[in-house]
Design a protein around this ligand. Structure first.
Ligand SMILES: [Zn+2]
Length: 550
């Protein structure tokens, strides 16, 4: 219990899981001037009450530090919700229905834009243009899939971009082709840029609206801080404008995009962007390097070749978007400039290349205070698991993917083979080796709901298919570890752990109240818990209607 100089404006009574090692649970939290004034038993905290103190007794419901999403794409997620939104639709027919409805409602839009569709809804993961032509015959359509690594396009879009059977694949992408060699209607990775460069730019006002829409949604899920894993100058400007006006209520760490088409000369631009973004709750201390693609389209960088789907060895090893020989000097330079480096790595070779680069940076610059981290970590070679702790590199986990969902079953397992299948998402191995764990959703790729992700981390069973067998079950996490990753772990990655991430006297009052006692819920139903109240720095940013009836 800490000392209090002024009477608290709020006392929360409930079951507080503090994420503070010294006292993991408490009965009450006092908030004063936006900070946590005291934490302790009800008998201790009730004595602090003043005449104007609001007492909120939530019974045996859980109070947590605000969740921090360590890898998320709010501007793009918000924008998707403003456009033709295919997220969470159950079938291909539902996609086409939504597209037709959108087209009818937006007759004046020159392009049909949007996305959120899942590869698993199409045979072989490939969306085809004939379907889209039927729904959008009169104008180009460009619909990004939910993981952002491919786009579904119609014939009008292919024509506009001049893509036909004779167009060569770009070096960092692939044009999906039909049996006759004609474009099939899906563009992978860098091939998306052939169409993207024709799209009307998103205006500053549109970006700001998208961020505010996303912020409201994420606060509703108990998220009080995040790391935006893909920030471009235009989205950074939108964040900064909102931060200046005090409309950015979340704490935001912006990861500036490393342009893989350029080299070290871009560091000067990154330094300038970093300096421009230190306003209100916004910081940009991070650079995001996309090192490989994804397994589903064979662009994840693998040590050994992919299988051909019938158990035989193929010859593709995927891509390294940044050549391994260049990655180390780039990371060393960024580290020396005080940047945190956030690497996207899915395949075991990409993970190894990232670790090698961090090792090289430490060799050149000494131990880093910059808190580097690697996100996704789908296939990790066992030899590389202990290197995270040894190098002080955080493991940024997207737990929702660590299960046998349709995408894993149909588009990963047959092409990895049993040995590498078992090397996927080694969460418990990383935890046991002493690695620091952070968690993030990668929304709008998949759900932003922290409790659903935590459920999968605990069960390794798909949230949407509770009947499936657990996936590599010895890599399950326990509840304290998973909650710790989504609060303190992500706060560490966000350089916010001194002020947030746990419920301790003196820290900022970023708090969440759930609608139930999380410790009394079975792991397989944790994802059903709802957020009733979200508080940032003592101010309510989300309040569920149910709260008033408790
Ligand atoms: Zn991402």
């Amino acid at each position: 219990m800490g000392r209090v100089h002024t009477k608290p404006e709020l006392i929360l009574r409930g079951l507080a899981l503090t994420m503070a090692g010294s006292s993991p649970t408490a009965e009450a939290v006092a908030v004063s001037g936006g900070r946590i004034a005291a934490v302790g038993s009800w008998d201790e905290i009730r004595t602090l009450r003043g005449r104007r103190t609001e007492i909120l007794d939530v019974g045996r419901r859980t109070i947590l530090p605000g969740f921090q999403d360590a890898h998320v794409h709010p501007p793009q997620g918000g924008l998707e919700r403003m456009r033709c939104d295919l997220n969470d639709l159950p079938t291909r027919e539902a996609y086409l229905e939504a597209i037709r409805a959108y087209v009818a409602a937006h007759p004046a839009e020159r392009w049909v834009l949007g996305g959120g569709w899942a590869m698993e809804r199409f045979p072989g993961g490939t969306a085809d243009r004939a379907l889209l032509d039927a729904a959008v015959p009169d104008r180009p359509a460009f619909l990004v899939n939910r993981d952002g690594h491919g786009a579904w396009v119609n014939s009008r879009a292919l024509e506009a971009a001049g893509i036909d059977g004779r167009t060569a694949d770009p070096p960092d992408g692939r044009i999906e082709r039909d049996a006759g060699g004609e474009p099939a209607g899906m563009l992978h990775e860098g091939a998306m840029a052939l169409v993207e460069r024709l799209l009307p730019p998103v205006g500053p006002d549109e970006w700001r609206r998208a961020i505010l829409l996303a912020q409201e949604y994420l606060h509703g899920l108990g998220i009080t801080a995040w790391q935006d894993a893909w920030v471009l100058p235009q989205t950074l400007a939108a964040y900064a404008a909102l931060a200046e006006r005090g409309e950015l209520t979340a704490r935001v760490v912006a990861a500036l995009w490393w342009d893989r088409g350029r080299g070290e000369e871009q560091v000067a631009d990154l330094l300038e962007l970093r300096a421009s973004a230190s306003v209100g709750r916004l910081r940009a201390p991070t650079v995001k390097v996309m090192q490989d693609g994804i397994v589903e389209n064979f662009t994840a960088g693998m040590i050994d070749p992919y299988l051909d789907g019938h158990g035989s060895r193929g010859d593709g090893r995927g891509l390294s978007f940044v050549e391994a020989a260049s990655l180390s000097p780039y990371v060393t330079r960024l580290d020396r400039e005080g940047f945190q480096v956030h690497v996207h790595a899915i395949g075991d070779r990409a993970v190894r290349e990232a670790l090698d680069a961090f090792e090289a940076a430490a060799g050149a610059n000494g131990p880093s205070p910059n808190r580097h981290h690697i996100a996704h970590l789908q296939v990790v070679h066992p030899n590389d698991v202990p290197r995270f702790a040894a190098l002080g590199v955080a493991a940024n986990l997207q737990a929702y993917w660590a299960c046998l969902d349709d995408q894993m079953r149909d588009l990963n397992v047959p092409f990895l083979g049993p040995e590498r299948v078992a090397h996927q998402y080694p969460f418990a191995g990383l935890a046991r080796s002493g690695a620091r764990l952070a968690m993030g959703s990668d929304w709008s790729v998949t759900t932003a709901e922290p409790l659903r992700q935590i459920q999968v981390a605990l069960t390794r069973v798909p949230f949407e298919h509770p009947d499936r067998e657990p996936f590599v079950p010895d890599q399950r996490l326990d509840l304290p570890t998973a909650l710790g990753a989504f609060t303190m772990g992500s706060a560490w990655v966000n350089h916010l752990d001194a002020e947030t991430g746990s419920i301790e006297p003196g820290k900022l009052a970023d708090l969440v109240v759930l609608d139930r006692d999380l410790t009394a819920v079975a792991p397989e139903s944790i994802g059903e818990a709802q957020v009733a109240l979200t508080i940032v720095q003592g101010e309510v940013v989300h309040r569920a209607p149910s709260l008033s009836s408790w």
